[in-house]
Design a protein around this ligand. Structure first.
Ligand SMILES: Nc1ncnc2c1ncn2[C@@H]1O[C@H](COP(=O)(O)OP(=O)(O)O)[C@@H](O)[C@H]1O
Ligand SMILES: [Mg+2]
Length: 250
């Protein structure tokens, strides 16, 4: 009894991915590394690491114009695939402080992250969440979304925390999972911290104009590719037709 109480406390202080159940089905790189979709993700990774015209990016931002295009799923799978293949550790930073979702994907209790670090309530180390995947750690966005209404100020602070994390963990790859560009000012400010940007576009969901507006809001020279995420919602074919396509953006 005593031991389990102590463990409970310890776990409460240090949430671990998988504590609250099986990791999300859409983490193909974890559940189905030999599936077609996982293969597409590996291709994206390979292209990132073999770009002839630029250095290998260390801080990679994943974004899109509107919600639900698959940013979090693409960022998570990409992070897992890098952790599985490269020599380095990977840190996935969730930058959407208003709508944290990584805790649901990786099944850990809602726990402090960027928001609490910004508020001085937690340190970076306090907030890191370990996962069952070797060399792969998560920094969540927030246990409690910030009440501070100054989005711009918050975004700037977030950018400086990301910079601090990137400097402190200079031996790791860092993947930034961001809020949608249209909804906030964050991605613009966050993009300042990124070496490279990947833009996710959900097939048959996003309007061309919105996609182009998103691109206009980002530093073009940092955009290394777009991922066409084909989310098929018909249950019967759910696993068959999910595709990631990677295009070089010029
Ligand atoms: N390729 C895919 N196939 C099937 N479902 C997907 C795919 N990509 C994302 N989804 C689902 O779509 C929803 C939105 O994805 P998410 O990554 O949370 O979007 P965002 O972070 O852009 O808001 C989630 O329920 C996710 O599981
Ligand atoms: Mg998301």
């Amino acid at each position: 009894m005593k031991i389990s109480k102590a463990l409970e406390k310890q776990n409460k202080e240090h949430p671990v991915a998988g504590m609250e159940g099986e990791l999300d089905d859409h983490l193909y790189m974890y559940h189905m590394p030999y599936s077609y979709t996982a293969e597409q993700i590996r291709k994206i990774r390979t292209q990132i690491f073999h770009m002839t015209n630029r250095a290998i990016p260390r801080v990679i931002m994943v974004t899109s114009s509107v919600p639900s295009e698959g940013k979090t799923i693409v960022a998570s799978n990409l992070a897992i695939s890098i952790a599985k293949s490269e020599e380095k550790h990977v840190l996935l930073i969730e930058c959407d402080m208003r709508k944290p979702t990584l805790y649901r994907v990786f099944k850990f209790p809602k726990s402090p992250g960027l928001s609490e670090i910004i508020q001085g309530k937690a340190t970076i180390e306090d907030c890191l969440v370990k996962t069952p995947i070797e060399k792969f750690t998560i920094l969540p966005a927030a246990e409690n979304p910030p009440s501070n209404p100054s989005e711009l100020l918050e975004s700037r602070r977030m950018a400086s925390i990301i910079e601090e994390v990137a400097t402190r963990y200079s031996d790791r790859f860092i993947i930034l999972d961001t809020p949608p560009i249209q909804a906030t000012v964050d991605p613009k400010i966050i993009s300042g911290q990124a070496d490279a940007i990947i833009v996710v576009a959900r097939y048959r969901y996003i309007k061309r104009g919105d996609f182009e507006a998103a691109l206009d809001n980002l530093p073009r020279d940092k955009i290394i590719g777009t991922v066409l995420n084909a989310v098929d919602e018909i249950p019967a074919v759910k696993y068959k037709y999910k595709k990631y396509k990677y295009d070089k953006y010029y």
